[in-house]
Design a protein around this ligand. Structure first.
Ligand code: ADP
Ligand code: MG
Length: 325
């Protein structure tokens, strides 16, 4: 569906995107995950044909962007970082206007607008002025204009940025409901968002692609041990002493006490160790207030992945010493 082949982009001396290659399958939701400045927007603008790559090529649905930009762009719906919305229009008249820009034949415009309004759950606000809508609704208007001509590929640049938690959930649901029908690429700097919304995640850091995998595999690759946060009604030092040395418990760090609750960060070898922790706390007669896995932060993931890429793998390093079989 989409073939991105060794694209790079320089802005003067800044190499914003450095040799990115990947493919997207039909109907999949692919996430671009990376901190601000990683190169997500620049990559998306090259895919959509808004920005020519300094090097490399993009092919959409078999059509090379460089050779046939009009046909390639017609297959893409794009929600830029700043949606191209005219605040003085009503939702419906704006979508009518975009339908004309996208050269949807006059006889089909009404049906296309109705369909986009329905898909983006905008039916109730179709007569409202865009400038008076909440940011969540405005973002949906941005998505509605992107899907207007039913493009097979949707590119959504940080579709949940700046939204409140409820609007974020609604937008994620909308994105998932559009998958299958469209191939979707969305960017985010939030790890949990990539993990919950996307089937595959591309991690971009300093313009380079550092990993492409399913969220599950990425977590497994990164998580050789299991870190948990534990809170119990106990003196912190006593609790730490009781938990150290349990089978599968590698490290216990007391984080302090708060309102009579000891807070500990504990590194475990496996999930069984977690059960042993809970049992030990209860046996000691302490109330167990919390026991939850500690999520890896985006920063830790980058550190780990970039270290993985820079250092030879452990297997390779140890290979010469391994006995011959
Ligand atoms: N028009 C531009 N001119 C010069 N530098 C730019 C321009 N757009 C982006 N950059 C630089 O390119 C890098 C990648 O930016 P961007 O693609 O916007 O990242 P992201 O979307 O991941 O936050 C950043 O260092 C940014 O400062
Ligand atoms: Mg961006």
């Amino acid at each position: 569906m989409l073939d991105v082949n060794h694209i790079s982009k320089s802005y003067g001396p800044t190499l914003a995107v450095d040799d990115i290659t990947f493919q997207a399958r039909k109907g999949e939701v692919l996430g671009f995950l990376g901190p601000n400045g990683a190169g997500k927007t620049t990559t998306m603008r090259m895919i959509t044909g808004f920005l020519p790559p300094s090097r490399g090529a993009v092919t959409v649905d078999g059509i090379p962007m460089r050779q046939d930009p009009i046909a390639a762009k017609r297959r893409i719906g794009y929600l830029p970082e700043l949606p191209p919305i005219y605040p003085e229009f009503t939702v419906e008249s704006y979508l009518q206007f975009v339908a004309r820009l996208k050269k949807i034949p006059a006889a089909q415009r009404r049906a296309a607008v109705d369909r986009a309004l329905e898909r983006a759950a905008l039916g109730q606000v179709r007569k409202r002025i865009i400038g008076r809508l909440s940011k969540g609704y405005r973002q949906r208007v941005g998505i509605a204009q992107a899907i207007l001509n039913e493009p097979p590929l949707l590119i959504l640049d940080e579709p949940t940025a700046g939204l409140d938690p409820r609007q974020i959930l609604e937008t994620r649901q909308l994105v998932r409901s559009l998958a299958g029908e469209h191939t979707i690429i969305l960017s985010t700097h939030i790890l949990a968002e990539a993990a919950t919304t996307c089937e595959r995640v591309i991690i971009i850091h300093h313009g380079k692609l550092v990993a492409v995998d399913t969220p599950e595999n990425l977590t497994h690759r990164l998580r050789t041990t299991d870190t948990v946060h534990l809170e119990a009604r106990a003196p912190a030092a006593e609790a730490a002493a009781a938990l150290r040395g349990l089978p599968g418990v590698l490290r216990v760090d007391p984080l302090g006490e708060h309102a009579g609750l000891a807070r500990l960060e504990i590194e475990c070898q496996n999930a069984q160790a977690r059960e042993a922790l809970a049992r030990r706390v209860v046996e000691a007669g302490w109330a167990l207030a919390e026991l939850r896995p500690v999520e890896l932060s985006l920063e830790e993931i980058f550190l780990s992945l970039t270290a993985e890429a820079a250092a030879p793998s452990a297997d390779a390093a140890h290979a010469p010493e391994a006995p011959l079989q």
